[in-house]
Design a protein around this ligand. Sequence first.
Ligand code: AMP
Length: 356
Amino acid sequence: MATKALPPGSTIGILGGGQLGRMTAMAAARLGYRSVVYSPEAHSIAGDVATAHISGAYDDATALARFADAVDVVTYEFENVPEATVAECARRRPVRPGIKPIHFAQHRLREKEFFRKSGLGTADYQQIAGEGDIARATALPGILKTSTEGYDGKGQIRVHSREDLFAAWDKLGRRECILEALVDFECEISAIVARGLDGEARCFPIGRNEHRDGILRATAVPSGLPSAVEEQAKDYGLRLAESLDLVGLVALEMFVTRDGRVLANEMAPRPHNSGHWTIDACATSQFEQLVRTVCGLPLGAVDLLASSRMINLIGDEANDWARYLAEPTARLHLYGKGKARPGRKMGHVTYVMPRK
Ligand code: AMP
């Protein structure tokens, strides 16, 4: 074991109080770790299952210092945590993964440039920051996305012509945007990679993702894709983790084109919705793997134990919990959120089928 390992009994600090933090705290508890959640709300669903919850704004230096002093290592469950918040914590405790992954993940243009520099293929793209960029635009038809603050399909408009492009850019507030050529993809996939303090990295089996209204609907594993495509996707994930010098997890979402090319779309340096199936169908869950990496423990095995299909329970769908409980191959996970608003991720269910 690495000499810098934090043994069970140590405390993990988690920035963010949502379901990803909740499942990380549950995995930490299973291995005998404590966890302290930091989030702005007075009450959080991650805090419900953690050892403690500290409520404070992300720019409250005093509360952040109290949080950092109460833990041995800090991680985050969302990539839009302000860089200054991470820097504040990093003055007192190691933050894993650190600032570098969020610096790139928070900005789509920087992210795509970083993918290319790391040797990953992407769709053609260009910066749209002014009318001159629109006049020179060639990545059409395409999707115009704001460089910052877009998620789950928000801040994105499909455009077919330069006229469309101008109207879309205007609608998005004439902010800095990225225009990406529209990919005629066969499917969307993701690779989730864990990389430890000693630089060892492992990629979970590739998941095939289905989206609806810009939100992940389902992930199936195995993906059913040719092994050459899966190997390419894993290679991209591993290269990315290496070039980020990551200690922690990174999820890389990709397109597979109809002619079998893999194109990197977006990364998230944290556990990912498309990796929830690992809790029930993999030797090690993504959440346990995160705990292992941030504590400097050896990585867990990533063997697939069963074929699986994870389905998000969005809004009212979670009201069908009794039905899922009655299905023998369904594993139900509810996040303990109060009100089922449309579009809100309330839980997920993973169907596990023994492998033939
Ligand atoms: P994103 O926020 O970049 O993950 O985009 C949300 C969803 O929009 C993706 O999961 C795709 O289904 C679709 N999408 C995004 N970018 C492209 C693209 N360049 N070509 C085709 N579809 C895209």
